[in-house]
Design a protein around this ligand. Structure first.
Ligand SMILES: [Zn+2]
Length: 249
């Protein structure tokens, strides 16, 4: 893997969240600079990652990139997804070494960001006018990514990260509760980008975040969050919902 100079601060503002991965081909060769700097009519960076034909991974940007707009999927917009641009002219068969790296990279991103393999999409799946990545059957691609993920040993129970330990110790929150943990959950919901402005417009954001009550409005927000995260939408904040709020999984 190669870190392209300046990647940590490169982007069109920060990514709001990472909810998915979008796989592309570049439609050219030797074109890392295009992904980094853009092309006439579209400023760079175009994607966070460029994947060279020999399988080497180049980290181009950490912020938001212009790789998928308009998106058919809310989880794959430029603000919520990572783009991988793989070097290929759009016709030439993929070298095995590059295709292997593509799948390993996607597996690693799934692991790092706690994403289900189903959130790895081809550009052609989330944007009706796009053909890329050419000739790759994305269902087979995802099947291989899932196999790679299964092949890794699970983290032993005594090897939890500090955030995983923290989540394990958090209490179950229920409607009617009134305590500082509810305030924490409110703050996390906002930090994850799932607090619509209309909800706090009347009170003001600071006042809304200072509340410690698990009221009906908050139940509704949590249920909506759980639905989007494909969790049981029971309106309770238990271990799985805490993990999603804290991005630990
Ligand atoms: Zn594309």
């Amino acid at each position: 893997m190669t870190e392209v100079a300046g990647w940590k601060t490169r982007g069109h503002g920060p990514l709001q969240e990472v909810d998915g991965v979008v796989c592309h081909h570049t439609a050219g060769w030797n074109d890392m600079h295009v992904v980094r700097d853009g092309r006439p009519g579209l400023d760079g960076p175009l994607s966070q990652i460029w994947l060279r034909r020999d399988g080497r991974i180049f980290i181009v940007a950490a912020g938001r990139c212009w790789h998928n707009a308009p998106s058919l999927s809310l989880g794959h917009t430029n603000s919520r997804s990572i783009g991988i641009e793989a070097e290929n002219d759009g016709r030439t068969p993929w070298p095995k070494v590059q295709l292997d790296a593509y799948k390993r990279l996607c597996a690693e991103l799934c692991r790092e960001f706690g994403l289900p393999v189903s959130t790895v999409k081809g550009h052609k799946e989330v944007n009706a006018s796009k053909p890329d990545p050419h000739s790759i059957n994305m269902n087979n691609f995802r099947r291989d990514v899932a196999a790679l993920l299964r092949g890794e040993p699970a983290a032993p129970a005594d090897d939890l990260s500090w955030t995983e330990k923290l989540v394990k110790d958090l209490p179950l929150l229920r409607p009617g509760d009134d305590n500082w943990d509810v305030k924490t959950a409110r703050g996390l919901l906002n930090a994850r980008g799932y607090l619509p402005e209309a909800v706090y417009a009347a009170a003001g954001l600071k006042e809304w975040l200072d509340r410690t009550g698990y009221d009906d409005e908050f139940v509704k927000l949590i249920k909506g969050f759980q639905k989007l995260k494909k969790l049981d939408s029971d309106g309770l904040v238990g271990p799985l919902t805490w993990a999603a709020l804290a991005r630990v999984s």
